[in-house]
Design a protein around this ligand. Structure first.
Ligand code: FRU
Length: 492
């Protein structure tokens, strides 16, 4: 693939050429290599003819493209989304003399059915063989897909969540060996329905309580498409408990993983110990416009993944249990520091980052000593292009807690569904507030207060409209202290 196009993200994964959607099969191997598979159409710039593409990374920023890992078995079938596990104890029997066997569990889609299949890899996830006994689950449905499998230690079994999409049912199955699956329970009609449930994920995450103690709790995430509140596709989640067969939500609430609309079908890596923060990657697009964005005609590829989101749960008291999605530590890929600034109350910083060869920057703003009684103003940043009049902006109204992102003045893509503005509300907590942002050519990622709120937003500068300027401005912060750090990042 050619990754030099001006719209090509440098630290977010994108396919070598043609069309990509959901992340699939993500696992961390025993050598510390992260494996990412993905819904891939190697023959066209729109979805269809789905394969499992494959890439690997040591740091989750810089990816090496690998050969297509799994092909559809026939011309009229497609390999849809799913997951992968390392079968360390050889429960499947596929791996008599090894501990690094990988089993992929995915949906085979044909005109007449969606069934669950498995394929196994004896070379650490690079090449796979379809199991001769496929399908492993067939319920005679055309809308039954996206199996995600985890190991449930307490029952000593594998557990699968899989969507009966148009019935709004997440079915849980269990298995001793990844081949024979038994019905566990149905989780149905929770939260936002949209038109379909897709890509469920269930796993244990550490939950951090106000007193600093930590325990483990489950999270069930369900993606919906179309019919998201902002249009198209989005992912919702439910914290709760899981006993091996049944998931029980902790409260009646539905929460979204993202307040933008370019984060869908997210999946968590298998193989990260349950006591640790878990790592999710989503598809940084939306079915409303994924197949029409200008990277196709201009650069021959479509869609990137989100950055890895370092995920844990947080007990927010009356507000319930919330998913926290931190940006990963970016310091290993700093190329140069562009700004380190401290000021009080007001500030205006104009930064020309045209010298950063990747075109990719990281911004970290920390506001401390906030006296809410004295605060009246805003804090915002704007990304600009020196060659055109385009701009991308975001800002925060401290007194009300309103936060916005505006991509409406980036001119390279206009479409009825390509929403201009996104909003959330997040009150200042304990007199401090943090805003982190990564701007990676055609993707903006924002994290508020170390990931208590998060948004991924795609934007497409017009031809020749490379973004290369940053303006940070604040006023009326009532003597609050503001520290701003900006770094140029290394290319992939
Ligand atoms: C979600 C999805 C999945 C399906 C895959 C097909 O984006 O529709 O439900 O498995 O994409 O590419």
């Amino acid at each position: 693939g050619n990754y030099s196009g001006p719209l090509r993200p440098q630290i977010h994964f994108s396919p070598p050429t043609e069309f990509m959607n959901d992340p699939n099969g993500m696992f961390l191997d025993a050598d510390g290599v992260y494996h990412l598979y993905y819904q891939y159409n190697p023959t066209d710039i729109v979805a269809g003819n789905q394969h499992w593409g494959h890439a690997t990374s040591n740091d989750l920023f810089h990816w090496t493209n690998q050969q297509i890992a799994i092909y559809p078995p026939t011309n009229d079938s497609q390999l849809f989304s799913g997951s992968a596990v390392v079968d360390v104890n050889n429960t499947s029997g596929f791996f008599p003399n090894q501990t690094n066997g990988v089993v992929a569990i995915y949906t085979l889609n044909t005109a007449t059915a969606q069934v669950q299949e498995i394929a196994y890899s004896s070379d650490g996830g690079y090449t796979f063989q379809r199991y001769a006994g496929n399908p492993v689950i067939d319920v005679n449905s055309t809308q039954f897909r996206d199996p995600k499998v985890i190991w449930h230690e307490e029952t000593g079994k594998w557990a699968m969540v899989v969507a009966h999409s148009q019935d709004f049912v997440i079915e849980i199955y269990t298995s001793p060996d990844l081949k024979e699956w038994s019905h566990g329970s149905n989780f149905s009609h929770y939260g936002l329905l949209g038109s379909q449930y897709e890509c469920p994920n269930m796993l244990a995450l550490p939950v951090v309580r106000a007193d600093g103690t930590s325990e483990t709790m489950y999270l069930l995430a369900i993606s919906i498409n179309p019919g998201a509140p902002l249009g198209g596709s989005i992912t919702q989640y439910f914290p709760g408990t899981f006993n091996g067969t049944h998931f029980t939500p902790a409260d009646g609430a539905t929460r979204l993983t993202d307040f933008g609309k370019d984060n869908y079908a997210g999946q968590f890596f298998s193989g990260v110990p349950a006591s640790q923060k878990q790592i999710a990657i989503g598809w940084a697009s939306n079915w409303q416009y994924a197949q029409t964005v200008p990277t196709g005609p201009l650069e021959g590829w479509r869609s990137a993944m989100t950055l890895p989101k370092i995920s844990s749960l947080r007990d927010a008291g009356a507000a319930g249990i919330e998913l926290v999605q931190e940006l990963p530590d970016l310091s290993p890929i700093y190329e140069s520091q562009l700004v380190q600034n401290r000021s009080t109350d007001n500030l205006t910083l104009a930064i020309d980052y045209s010298s950063v060869s990747s075109g990719t920057i990281y911004l970290d703003i920390n506001v401390t000593n906030i006296n809410m009684a004295a605060v009246s103003g805003t804090l915002n940043f704007t990304i600009t292009s020196s060659s055109t009049n385009e701009s991308l902006s975001a800002g925060y109204l401290l007194s009300s807690g309103d936060f916005w992102i505006d991509r409406g003045d980036v001119e390279g893509f206009k479409n009825l569904f390509f929403t201009d503005r996104f909003f959330t509300v997040y009150a200042v907590q304990n007199g401090a507030w943090r805003l982190q942002a990564v701007v990676d050519r055609s993707l903006l990622e924002v994290a508020i207060d170390s990931g208590r709120q998060a948004a991924t937003t795609s934007f497409y500068p017009q031809v020749g409209g490379k973004m290369d300027g940053l303006l940070v401005a604040a006023d009326g912060l009532g003597q609050a202290e503001v520290s701003v750090g900006v770094w140029g990042l290394q290319s992939g």
